[in-house]
Design a binder for this molecule. Structure first.
Ligand SMILES: [Zn+2]
Length: 157
């Protein structure tokens, strides 16, 4: 190395932080934590229900403020198997695991979340995993106020 070249040393940092959810997400996560309920938000103009909630309707640009209680059940829209391991601090579980897009009953959008009790965990046959599979949320008992208060979605049997 020439004396003028940059000298690079690899390192790792683990940085604690506080995440401010904002008014809308605070209301969503408070309800999830305190009551184990999932809420969406409806556009008063076009009637679309968004879950996860958002403040502006992307279809008509209306302001969203009408909360809607949603059941913990829905339909699997699609899924993938995560094999890549990018570290215990950045992933909810050790690969391989399943991620799905779940459209809760009464919602018009999908939520990306873990799929549990599936073939990779030894309880569900692989052929059960297909778009259209009916699933339900399994909630944590000691909820913290984040999306992992829903441990995962599992097939309804
Ligand atoms: Zn709208």
């Amino acid at each position: 190395m020439a004396s003028g070249e940059a000298f690079v040393v690899e390192g790792k940092l683990r940085v604690p932080y506080d995440n401010w959810y904002g008014t809308l997400a605070s209301a969503f996560f408070r309800e999830l934590r305190d009551h184990g309920k999932i809420r969406g938000i409806r556009c008063p103009a076009c009637e679309k229900v968004y879950m996860p909630p958002r403040s502006v309707c992307p279809r008509c640009l209306g302001t969203l403020s009408v909360w809607v209680d949603l059941p913990p059940t829905g339909t699997l829209q699609t899924f993938t198997v995560v094999h890549y391991d990018y570290g215990q601090y950045y992933q909810p579980m050790k690969p391989p695991y399943l991620l799905g897009i779940i459209r809760l009953d009464g919602a018009d959008t999908g939520l990306c979340h873990l799929l549990g009790e599936c073939h990779l965990l030894g309880e569900v046959e692989q052929q059960e995993l297909a778009p259209g599979l009916r699933v339900e949320a399994r909630f944590r008992e000691d909820r913290k106020g984040n999306i992992l208060d829903i441990v995962y979605f599992r097939p309804i049997r």
